[in-house]
Design a protein around this ligand. Structure first.
Ligand SMILES: *Cc1c(COP(=O)(O)O)cnc(C)c1O
Length: 350
């Protein structure tokens, strides 16, 4: 039987085990869904939509709504089915055979995975001991290894730390390279990468509906960048890749910005509450600007702790066996009740 292309096939995909538990704090989703008011308006709109017709191929109405929200032109906006598909489209366009991508480990695993599936050579560069990017060596590495596309995740997953956006700008070398700033956790902090990237042809910012908008199930992500870059992404994605019904929900969501901001405000306060609690425990943790916190227990094996939490039906993310993350675990901020259960179990065990 024919084999997949080298490097692809079974065993290469993304794995975050989904187990049946009472408290699920492992994939950085929002604990709350979108409001019923928003959803019932969406149902009405979908009932009226002409589903016998193909969608508007360039999602022009949604692009206008997103552009308005960020204060950019609609020509600067690309939309796709989750930011993973945005990343894939960027790599189909600017990566591929003979091209090189890079990021700084540990970071979001999909940069490497999607590089592989698109035939792009991925180079994993290192961070310093504090999990930050060293500007000087980063620029030297990008120059030496002739990187075409770089990924900067800010705040970084799984560390929760904000990156220095000037490094991203310098790495783009005035647009000779494309630097993708992945702002999946924008809004959980004060930084606005879209404003920072404005006017810089080598910077593209990507955002998602999966975290702040509480709609991981909807699969919507978008990119904002120079219209010439964005136009190329539209020419590479599949025709009609973005369906009519999700475009409607995404458009309507921007009429509910207040709700989103209230949810995010609550989660930020809960995040700070969990970090205050970590201060009192024998753990090392990294000050997070996102909706999750990376931590390392000082006196117990990380994987063992993960198992003990699981025995209590609490699922967090186990990074303890990953390179550079020995013994580390990552907890997603949940509802106040879920966070209480997590914290009680943790202080009990430790
Ligand atoms: C969760 C996450 C995403 C979201 O991907 P979607 O495909 O939009 O669900 C993107 N980037 C990072 C770094 C993430 O953590």
């Amino acid at each position: 039987m024919i084999e997949p292309r080298a490097g692809l096939g079974v065993g290469g995909g993304y794995h975050s085990p989904q187990l049946d538990v009472a408290v699920r704090l492992n994939t950085n989703e929002s604990p709350f869904g979108p409001s019923t008011d928003l959803l019932s308006r969406w149902y009405e709109e979908v009932a009226k939509a002409n589903l016998n017709r193909y969608p508007d191929r360039s999602a022009s109405h949604l692009r206008g709504v997103i552009a308005n929200y960020h204060g950019v032109d609609p020509e600067s906006v690309f939309v796709a089915n989750g930011s993973n598909e945005v990343i894939q489209t960027i790599l189909l366009t600017y990566g591929g055979a003979g091209r090189r991508s890079a990021s700084f480990e540990p970071t979001y695993a999909m940069y490497e995975t999607i590089s592989r599936t698109t035939g792009t050579s991925y180079l994993p560069f290192e961070r310093d001991d504090n999990f930050l990017i060293d500007a000087k060596s980063a620029i030297a590495q990008f120059d030496q290894d002739l990187i075409d596309v770089g990924f900067i995740c800010s705040p970084n997953n799984p560390t929760g730390l904000l990156e220095d956006l000037d490094i991203a700008l310098n790495l783009s070398a005035n647009g000779e390279r494309l630097i993708v700033i992945d702002e999946a956790y924008g809004q959980f902090n004060e930084v606005d990468s879209v404003q920072f990237a404005k006017g810089h042809s080598g910077l593209v910012v990507i955002r998602t509906f999966s975290k702040i908008w509480s709609m991981a199930g909807l699969r919507v992500g978008y990119a904002i960048g120079d219209p010439r870059i964005i136009e190329n992404l539209w020419s590479v994605c599949l025709p009609y890749h973005f369906d009519t019904s999700k475009a409607k929900l995404a458009e309507l969501a921007f009429e509910y910005v207040d709700e989103m901001e209230a949810r995010v405000g609550f989660l930020r306060a809960e995040r700070d509450r969990i970090m205050d609690f970590f201060e009192t425990l024998p753990v090392t943790f990294w000050r997070s600007s996102a909706n999750f916190i990376l931590f390392r227990p000082d006196s117990i094996d990380g994987h063992k702790l993960w198992e003990m939490l699981l025995e209590r039906s609490i699922l967090i993310r186990d990074w303890s066996r990953w390179p550079r993350l020995d013994n580390c675990l990552r907890v997603t901020v949940g509802s106040a009740h879920e966070n209480d259960i997590f914290m009680e179990a943790l202080s009990d065990i430790l």
